[in-house]
Design a protein around this ligand. Structure first.
Ligand code: OGA
Ligand code: MN
Length: 289
């Protein structure tokens, strides 16, 4: 199929819920032209989560596709051999012997978060490409944090308008019951502060910014601040604000970390079924207010 024919067929279908649109008829292993890239960016801003169906990308092709949207992010985590993961890395439930396990190396993804909010300039987008998925379950949930902000009452909006939140790798590890951050990790990723209400740099929408990497509200009693964060997170992750992505093999899902939170759902037999996804992350460009 020529690129022109392929373009004629490529289409977006919004899911009609709080986030998400499906993209069909596009082969992401073929370099994008400017018009296709623009169309994807427009849909990305409108729908926050894009689901490209029926892809079969090598890591190199996923890397090349990701470069359409910015620079790739590196990672603080080290693999079992002490090395940093490659830029296209693997999210899976496999153990060191390649067998499915109910206790994967890191289970942090099962808690609500927005990627790398412990960076001064957090990630813009994340791309996950399903290579092997369970027959059912193993979903990823996405919450629309712009809509969550909109749905707050006026008094709450006024109360939280100027609040700032400390996020850190150390808090993230503690919040998720993972092994504590090492001294080296803490040096590499010192705590950062973000507004609780961030303005999306492209859409201008105000979004709640919280999740598992957050520690406390600056200048507020620690427990009081954490209780407020928990209350806002419960509000933001109500069913009507969440799109549940049920994976099909070949899906490539790209989401906007600036106006969504996400988490994996352990709604499958993790010890029995393989769940293997290839991941790339696009660096943010500026710290939105
Ligand atoms: C991620 C992530 C969730 C999942 O890759 O950033 O949180 O469902 N993944 O694997
Ligand atoms: Mn994540």
């Amino acid at each position: 199929m020529s690129l022109a024919e392929q373009r004629a067929e490529f289409e977006f279908t919004a899911f009609g819920g709080p986030a998400g649109a499906e993209v069909t008829g596009l082969d992401l292993s073929v370099p994008l032209d400017a018009a296709a890239r623009e169309a994807i960016l427009e849909a990305f801003l409108a729908h926050h989560v894009l689901v490209f169906r029926d892809q079969d990308l090598t890591p190199e092709a996923q890397h090349a596709f990701t470069l359409n949207f910015g620079e790739l992010e590196n990672h603080v985590i080290r693999l079992a051999d002490g090395k940093p993961p490659p830029l296209v890395h693997i999210i899976s439930n496999l153990d060191a012997d390649g067998q499915p396990t109910a206790k994967p190396y890191s289970h942090g993804n099962y808690f609500w978060h927005t990627d790398k909010s412990y960076h001064a300039i957090p990630s813009l987008a994340t791309l996950l490409h399903a290579r092997e998925v369970p027959p059912a379950g193993g979903d990823t949930l996405f919450a629309n944090t712009a809509r969550a902000y909109d749905r707050l009452d006026a008094a709450t909006k006024a109360r939280i308008a100027d609040l700032r939140v400390e996020h850190s790798w150390e808090a993230s590890r503690a919040n998720t019951g993972n092994r504590p951050a090492t001294e080296e990790e803490k040096r590499e990723r010192p705590p950062v502060v973000h507004p609780l209400v961030r303005t999306h740099p492209e859409s201008g929408a105000k979004c709640l910014y919280l999740g598992m990497h957050s520690s406390h509200i600056v200048g507020m009693d620690h427990e009081e601040g954490r209780a407020l964060l928990a209350e806002l997170q419960d509000h933001a992750t109500r069913d009507d604000l969440v799109y549940v992505h049920e994976w099909r093999p070949g899906d490539l899902v790209m989401w906007d970390n600036r106006c969504t939170m996400h988490r994996a759902d352990a709604n499958y037999d993790m010890a029995a079924h393989r769940r293997v996804l290839h991941r790339t992350v696009v660096k943010g460009t500026a710290a939105p207010a």
